[in-house]
Each structure stands twice: as C-alpha cells, then as structure tokens.
Design a protein. Sequence first.
Lengths: 114, 108
Amino acid sequence: DVKVTQSSRYLVKRTGEKVFLECVQDMDHENMFWYRQDPGLGLRLIYFSYDVKMKEKGDIPEGYSVSREKKERFSLILESASTNQTSMYLCASSLFRVEDPRAFFGQGTRLTVV
Amino acid sequence: GIQVEQSPPDLILQEGANSTLRCNFSDSVNNLQWFHQNPWGQLINLFYIPSGTKQNGRLSATTVATERYSLLYISSSQTTDSGVYFCAVGGSGGKLIFGQGTELSVKP
C-alpha cells in the first residue's frame, strides 16, 4: 500500500516564525501536492510538483514556498507564519500515468499560528 | 476552470440505511476520484472512476461522463461510514479539483 507520511500531526507556531512541513511518500510517485483545508472553503491547492526540483503554483501560493530535492520528499515552507495560515495542511502523491492517477493523502497537519 | 458541485451538503442516516451522493462537474474529465475523510482528517481514496461503474464491498460508484456526473452509493450504512465524502476531478498536470464535500453522519 502507498504510504504518505507527514512529519507532524499537530503544530503550534508563533507569528513571524519560519515553518517547515515535511511530506514523504514511499511509492516512487512523480506527482506531489500540498493542499490546505478550511471550513467552508474545502481543499485548495497551494503548490504541486511533478518531478524533482520542479514546482508549480496552485490556487493559493501566496505566503508559501516549496522544495523538492528528492523524489520522495516534498516540503512546504511558510516564510513568515501569520494567523490566517492556521489551517489543516494535507500532502498527497500520485503517479503521472493516466491509467492510474489515484491520489493518496497523508494524515494531515493541523497548524495553529498564534 | 472546472467547477465541481456535490449534493447534498449534509446527510444524516440511521445505521443500515442506504444513500446516494452526487457529484456534478462542468467539463469533460478523464480523471474522477472519490475520497472519504474520516473524523481524524485522513483522506482515503475510495474509487478512481472516470466512467462506468465500480464496486467495493458496500460502496459502489457510477460515472456518466457524457452527462458530467458521478454517483457514490453507500448501502447498509455503518457508523464507521461517517465523515466527509469528496469528489475530485483531474485538472492539468495531475492536479485534482475538489468539490465542497458531503458530510455524512450515521446514527446507531
């Protein structure tokens, strides 16, 4: 079974801190994604990556950056955390193949910025 | 961009009842997936179903691509079926565009 692991389940950070959220997948997937989930707004795509060192902005990239130095790891960086970035963050991975594009998600990280 | 609408937004069932969740999408797609988010926040992939019908135990899904909708059927519901069900369709580059979800509560 595919396993996508996020480094923290719960995280509390202070305003202005630089925050790193890590995601690792073990199935050699090309695609990796970061979403945030907020009540009433659903899941919104922040960034995605379809290869090592490649990244593309999603719908809400402002205030975030990403890093993909190795195929299995995709990091989300909050350059200077703000209270409006308090949210549930979800990482996902998938193959690039049309025949099997199923996405698999990590357990999520609930980030609170105080 | 593609719009994804799910209905109903909320659903309360007694254990043992059946239900149908609907997903409408605004453009033709070759990638449609159903997910279940459990109360702890984990999203589980239920089906990849761009067209046709698939079954997995008490769950089945049907997508009519020409009419741009998909249905998720849950039969003999159990309390463990509670959570939020999401439909997502594929955009460019493997991205998924999610609907707002249907929140299901199954009462014992």
